[in-house]
Design a protein around this ligand. Structure first.
Ligand code: MG
Length: 248
């Protein structure tokens, strides 16, 4: 069952969204060659806690970090580490969320480290475009499949692979609520979208094949072909007009 949130509940979710977005933006501003992903994690946790919130990821199913830090061919769920030092030309997906007043926010962005190749810049731009296309499809009267289709069409026409095994999700009091939101699909299929549904939309797009492999730590997901992957995410609410971006 997909939870429908009232206007008041959606308003209450804005604070979790605001803190999640602030933490992501300020942490992203620290991305540079020479910094470790563990340092980024510490920066992010401090920002979230200074706001009086709790990092949503820390301890989630045992995840040790406040961010997922996924570099280059890492798709999602990278564990922050002092050993992973960013280098000029890398890309890093930072995914983070905050819990406050019992509500969760969740968002991600892929940042360039210094100067990146044109091919990586194109991947980032296209994946961000996929995210906005998903948000634009998140409208009452559309179907869930329209969201995935909007992403798949853009990504595959650019020659990229859409990750199948990991998906977006409903969000509210819990970080992961129903439904799972595939980043691929057929228009007009799946549940009808209604005002009050709140979703974390998060395309994961690979430069090469869509296939991914799981890491030995039980968390890290990487591309099967070793090519780079990008990931952008926002928490949004469906209304009877334009979708509202909660992680603003
Ligand atoms: Mg998410």
């Amino acid at each position: 069952m997909i939870n429908i949130k009232s206007k008041e509940e959606i308003d209450a979710m804005r604070e979790a969204g605001r803190i999640s977005a602030k933490a992501l933006q300020l942490t992203g501003a620290q991305v540079r060659p020479g910094i470790s992903t563990l340092e980024l994690d510490q920066i992010c946790e401090e920002i979230i806690r200074l706001e009086g919130a709790v990092p949503a990821f820390k301890g989630y199913n045992g995840f040790p970090g406040s961010i997922c830090a996924s570099v280059n061919d890492a798709v999602v769920h990278g564990i922050p580490s002092a050993e992973i030092i960013l280098q000029e030309g890398d890309i890093i997906s930072i995914d983070t969320g905050a819990i406050i007043n019992g509500w969760v926010g969740d968002n991600a962005w892929t940042f360039p480290v210094g100067e990146i190749s044109e091919a990586k810049a194109r991947l980032l731009a296209k994946t961000e475009e996929c995210m906005w296309a998903e948000i634009d499809a998140a409208r009452a009267g559309n179907h869930l499949g329209d969201i995935g289709h909007a992403c798949q069409k853009l990504a595959e026409s650019a020659g990229y692979g859409v990750v199948r095994e990991y998906v977006g999700h409903g969000i509210g009091h819990m970080m992961h609520e129903e439904p799972n939101i595939q980043n691929y699909g057929k228009p007009g299929t799946g549940p009808l979208l209604e005002p009050g549904m709140v979703f974390a939309l998060e395309p994961m797009i690979n430069m090469g094949t869509a296939d991914v492999v799981d890491g030995l730590d039980g968390w890290l997901v990487s591309t099967a072909d070793g090519q780079p992957s990008a990931h952008f995410e926002k928490t949004i609410a469906i209304t009877d007009a334009d979708p509202i971006i909660l992680t603003q």
